[in-house]
Design a protein around this ligand. Sequence first.
Ligand code: HEC
Length: 89
Amino acid sequence: MRLLLLSVALLTTNAFAADCLTKKFDTKLVADACADGGQKAAREAMKKFQRAARERDADLDCKSCHQSLSPHYRLKDDALERFRTLGGE
Ligand code: HEC
């Protein structure tokens, strides 16, 4: 019984955590990923973007643009500009 309750609790938190917290998107990359697979997909899309973007900015890191990571990927003021400068859409 305890195990069952635990799984139910885990399932419900996962279900909520899966959505992106952003509701109004500025980028197509993240909007599409969030629509497809929630925050997990957004994370994967960002990782892929970052790998490509490192050709221009070798020191680029999640924390270059985000003040904090999971679950609140708070953006730094220049994150969007930086994202676009690096070729993101
Ligand atoms: C060049 C800047 C930049 C870098 C580097 C970057 N991000 Fe982002 N990230 C953004 C921007 C800008 C958004 C908001 C996109 C929008 O509003 O459409 C975002 C959004 C996200 C979101 C969606 C959050 C939500 O719940 O709405 C996730 C998840 C995320 N980033 C993860 C990562 C991870 C993980 C890394 C490192 C691998 C990373 N980001 C690196 C700029 C960046």
